[in-house]
Each structure stands twice: as structure tokens, then as C-alpha cells.
Design a protein around this ligand. Structure first.
Ligand SMILES: NC(=O)c1ccc[n+]([C@@H]2O[C@H](COP(=O)([O-])OP(=O)(O)OC[C@H]3O[C@@H](n4cnc5c(N)ncnc54)[C@H](O)[C@@H]3O)[C@@H](O)[C@H]2O)c1
Length: 330
């Protein structure tokens, strides 16, 4: 019988990790999903709980030993476990450093036990900071916060390990992913996840400034597919932007989500426009975003009750949370 590809996904219980597990199981992989529910929830993978090709491992990446048995005989490692929140990372940089950098090294060390076909890392557009747009992978990486800095350092570690130990590695710089399961318990999360909870509570959406900021929203299954094609086609040592390639103003997002807005003080020094140039990934891996924003929002609104499990961030709570940002960027 032909051996099935064996993949390990860290951060599997999270938003993007769980969509990637869906994609890999459907592609006939044997999948090991590792997470410690810092922010994710195994409920996101309840559909595969009893599946013969899925194994759940409840573990902190910081406690992975170089001889961890789950990292043996693998074909692919997808490393998505990590922390991402600019404001919390200013407040508590050491936790971000430990999880994102040291945690990545733990995963890389354990992965050396297998002769991998590919190690794929979940990096972030936050590595660019204030970039020119549309942003290319060759543009300068000047992160604004420890969140972005530690993702950049982790990406460097991934490529360094790749060279040193002949481990083919590719990194995806993800822009603003959205969709079902984008539920954050640790921190406010993305604007999309924050607003979905506010919508579920029939509250107005908290908007920074006048809503003319734009972000590059990419639907979760398109990101899952990006990981999949990067594993098969991504070039070693290369980073790829993963976005829709189209910026969307936040006031337009509010309109699509059919909600009213309430203004919060603008966070100056944040990028006004986030917009990915995705041509490198399209060219190298033949990847295309498939889900138009209108459809992605419709699929998300269909499962609005998912956001019941997220904490509510009221305007008052957010004002106090963002005060950390204003202490640094006045
Ligand atoms: N969602 C986005 O728009 C976006 C954008 C850029 C980059 N990313 C990156 O993609 C990855 C996945 O993001 P997401 O949106 O799914 O976030 P998420 O928080 O839903 O998923 C991350 C998962 O990692 C797990 N985790 C955290 N610390 C851990 C630890 N010490 N040990 C084991 N598991 C741990 C969490 O429990 C969570 O399930 C992250 O690395 C993030 O930085 C996401």
C-alpha cells in the first residue's frame, strides 16, 4: 500500500491551523495536530476527533524535546503556533520572544529527526512595519512592535536551520486573514474577529479614526491552501506574501458586515494602508486567492454564533488596552 504523506501542524487548534488540518485531511495526509490551547480550542477540530488519520497532541511548543516522537517520520511540518498582537507584545515582549523565537527553535530542533520535504512557517505582514504599497517581499523589514520583530527573527531562524541542516523551508508572510473560527480569547485579535463579537452582541463596531485605514483581507481557506501549495511548490529559503492583493477600507468592511461604527482615537504610526503584492507567490506556486470578500463575509455571518465564546471588547476596555500603544507612539 502506498504510504500517505505525514504532516505535523503546530497551532492546529487555532484559527488558521484548524483550516489547514481540514485541507490536509481532505488531501489524504496523516495529520498530527499539536497545540496547548493558549488561544485556540480543540473544538475547532471536533470534526476530525475520531478520524483514523488525525492525532491530537496537547503540548506546549516550549516543552518539545529534540527527540519528541511526534516529529519522527514526517514529510511536512507546518509551524503556526505563535502569538500575534502588537499592543500586547509592547506590554509583555518576553512572552512573545519566548513563544515565537525560542518556540520556533524547539520545533525546528525536533523536526531535524525527519527528512522533511518541507518546513512551512507562518510569518506575518507585521515584519514590514510602515511599508510602501503594494508591498513586495524584497521591501525593507522594519517591524513596529515586538510582535512583528519576533516573527521576523523566527523566520530568520527557520531559514538558518534550513541551510544548516538541509531542511527545505519556506515562509508565508500572512496579511489579514479572516473567516470562521477567527475567535481570539487572549487578546482583541484582528479587527475582523473583534467586530464579529461586537456584531454578535449587537454593538457598534469600534473604528480607529475615520475608517479610511485599509487592510488586505484574505479568506481562511485561501490561507490554508497557501500552506498546502507552499509545501509542494514553495522554493527553499523564500518568503511569500499571502494576501488578496486588494486593499479594503475598514469603513467598507463595516458596510459589508452591515453594522454601525463608533470612533476610537486613531492609532497614529500604524500603517494606513496594508496591501500585499502577491505576484511572487502566484508565479512560483501558481496560488490564487479564490474567495471574494463578499462570499467570505457571508460564510462568516452564517456562523456568527461562533463568536459567543470570544470575550467582548467594549470601547472603554479597548481605550484602556490601547493606552499602551499611546505610551510608546504618542
Ligand atoms: N490570522 C492572521 O491574520 C495572521 C496574520 C499573520 C500571521 N499569522 C500567524 O499565523 C499563525 C496562526 O495564526 P491564527 O490567526 O490562527 O492564530 P491563533 O491564535 O488562532 O492560532 C495560534 C495557535 O497557536 C497556539 N499556541 C500559542 N502558543 C502556543 C504554545 N506555546 N504551544 C502550543 N501552541 C501554542 C494557540 O493556542 C493557537 O491555537 C500565527 O503564528 C500567527 O502569527 C496570522
Amino acid at each position: 500500500m502506498e504510504k500517505k504523506p505525514r504532516s505535523l501542524v503546530t497551532g492546529a487548534a487555532g484559527f488558521l491551523g484548524s483550516h489547514l488540518v481540514d485541507q490536509l485531511i481532505k488531501a489524504d495526509h496523516e495529520v498530527i495536530g499539536l497545540d496547548n490551547e493558549t488561544n485556540g480550542s480543540w473544538d475547532n477540530l471536533i470534526q476530525w476527533e475520531k478520524h483514523p488519520r488525525f492525532t491530537k497532541v496537547h503540548q506546549d511548543i516550549l516543552e518539545i524535546s529534540p527527540l519528541d516522537i511526534h516529529f519522527q517520520n514526517l514529510d511536512y511540518v507546518f509551524h503556526l503556533a505563535g502569538l500575534e498582537c502588537p499592543v500586547t507584545s509592547i506590554k509583555n515582549p518576553e512572552v512573545f520572544y519566548t513563544t515565537n523565537v525560542h518556540g520556533t527553535i524547539k520545533v525546528l530542533q525536533a523536526a531535524r529527526q525527519s527528512k522533511l520535504k518541507k518546513f512551512v512557517f507562518a510569518c506575518s505582514s507585521s515584519v514590514y512595519g510602515q511599508a510602501s504599497t503594494p508591498t513586495l517581499e524584497t521591501d525593507a523589514t522594519i517591524p513596529l512592535t515586538p510582535s512583528g520583530l519576533t516573527k521576523l527573527q523566527a523566520e530568520e531562524a527557520v531559514f538558518h536551520w534550513g541551510d544548516l541542516f538541509e531542511m527545505p523551508a519556506t515562509s508565508l508572510r500572512i496579511f489579514n486573514a479572516y473567516g470562521p473560527r477567527s475567535v481570539s480569547r487572549l487578546y482583541p485579535g484582528s479587527v475582523f474577529s473583534l467586530w464579529m463579537k461586537q456584531k454578535a452582541e449587537e454593538m457598534p463596531f469600534t473604528l480607529l479614526g475615520n475608517g479610511s485605514h485599509s487592510r488586505d483581507f484574505i479568506y481562511c481557506t485561501d490561507v490554508a491552501n497557501a500552506f498546502y501549495v507552499a509545501a509542494l511548490e514553495g522554493k527553499d529559503g523564500e518568503s511569500y506574501n499571502v494576501g488578496s492583493g486588494k486593499p479594503l477600507e475598514l469603513q467598507e468592511l463595516a458596510r459589508l458586515l452591515k453594522g454601525k461604527t463608533t470612533a476610537l482615537k486613531d492609532r497614529k504610526d500604524e500603517p494606513n494602508k496594508v496591501w500585499a503584492d502577491i505576484s511572487k507567490f502566484q508565479f512560483d506556486c501558481n496560488w490564487q486567492p479564490r474567495v471574494p470578500i463578499e462570499n467570505g463575509i457571508e460564510f462568516s455571518l452564517d456562523v456568527l454564533q461562533e463568536w459567543n465564546r470570544a470575550p467582548l471588547w467594549s470601547p472603554e476596555k479597548l481605550d484602556s488596552f490601547f493606552s499602551t500603544w499611546f505610551e510608546v507612539y504618542s
